[in-house]
Design a protein around this ligand. Structure first.
Ligand SMILES: Nc1ncnc2c1ncn2[C@@H]1O[C@H](COP(=O)(O)OP(=O)(O)OP(=O)(O)O)[C@@H](O)[C@H]1O
Ligand SMILES: [Mg+2]
Length: 297
């Protein structure tokens, strides 16, 4: 069996003052997956993500990289951060250079790439986030959504194997979310493993392959998205409720006799398409009922 790309075992972390932010935390990040770290405010998502690139070091337990315990010396941390890119919750905590272009080029130049190669990385990253037109703009003078995309571009320019994003869609409008998810989807399709934190069950349902459900500093369960998000008791424990899309999809499925094989729609458009078909021909149960959700971004 291949080792997970990144994992945590029995992680514990305390902030000064003895505040236990994480405890007994086991998490597995498999190569090529889109994993949602889902939990309510204060459940420990950010603290966990800061462990995934070595920014925080656990008081107990360990982070495993390719199945081996991660080391925390300078060289190891540098190598680690080349492979795991972390996008912080607040873009102002991430952006530091005067212009977008300077900010995004910092990582590649720091890797020792030539000016030309760094330039290519910057162009690529800006194009992926559709902010090429902002290249020469002052970072402090961007809107929140623009800052967010510039911060992600800076991490992308490092071409990380795993991209870890803390609340990537928070504060973005519909257009911003759609474009960001489109850009992340493209990265994912070219092999980047994605881990993102959110408290938004709808986002997790429509977009993640897998969900790690957080509560009170630990992972209550980790599994396939639909399986985890169907578990009402577990969600209640995490102070969350099932996604509306999933509830509606399940109702439709039951309406059709439950036993039939109907795909569970995992996007607003997919659900509306099923509803439209059903309304057009109510007697025709519509589609087969399977637990292979239709996903449309
Ligand atoms: N710098 C800090 N000092 C002390 N306690 C902290 C600090 N940062 C976070 N905490 C505490 O650690 C716990 C986990 O916080 P964390 O920020 O990881 O949660 P979160 O799930 O990311 O929350 P949110 O959804 O609000 O971003 C909380 O109880 C929080 O109050
Ligand atoms: Mg947070």
């Amino acid at each position: 069996m291949t080792e997970p790309l990144l994992a945590t075992r029995g992680l514990e972390y305390r902030y000064p003052g003895g505040i236990v932010a994480l405890h007994d935390l086991d998490l597995t990040i498999e190569r090529g997956r889109k994993l949602a770290v889902l939990g309510s405010n204060g459940s420990g998502k950010t603290t966990l993500l800061l462990h995934l690139n070595g920014t925080l070091r656990p008081a107990r337990g360990e982070v495993l990289f390719d199945g081996r315990p991660a080391a925390y010396d300078h060289r190891a941390i540098n190598a680690w951060r080349r492979r795991v890119g972390l996008v912080l919750q607040e873009p102002d905590d991430q952006l530091f250079a005067a212009t977008v272009e300077q900010d995004v080029s910092f990582g590649p130049l720091n890797l020792g790439l030539s000016d030309l190669a760094a330039r290519q990385r910057v162009d690529e990253a800006l194009a992926a986030l559709r902010i090429a037109h902002l290249a020469s703009r002052a970072t402090h003078a961007l809107s929140f959504g623009q800052k967010k995309r510039a911060a992600i571009a800076g991490v992308l320019a490092m071409r990380p194997e795993i991209l870890v994003l803390d609340e990537p869609t928070a504060g973005l409008d519909l257009h911003g979310v759609t474009h960001l998810l489109g850009a992340l989807q493209q990265l994912h399709e070219t092999g980047t493993t994605l881990v993102f934190s959110t408290h938004d069950v709808e986002l997790a349902y429509s977009w993640a392959d897998e969900v790690a459900l957080f509560h009170d500093g630990t992972v209550l369960c980790q599994g396939e998205t639909t399986t985890v998000l169907k578990d009402r008791e577990m969600l209640q424990q995490a102070r969350l409720r099932p996604p509306l899309l999933l509830e509606l999809a399940q109702m439709l499925c039951e309406e059709n006799g439950g036993g039939e094989r109907q795909p569970l729609p995992r996007s607003r458009d997919a659900l509306l398409a099923v509803l439209r078909r059903k309304l057009a021909s109510p007697k025709d149960g519509g589609d087969e009922c399977i637990d292979q959700p239709i996903i449309m971004l």
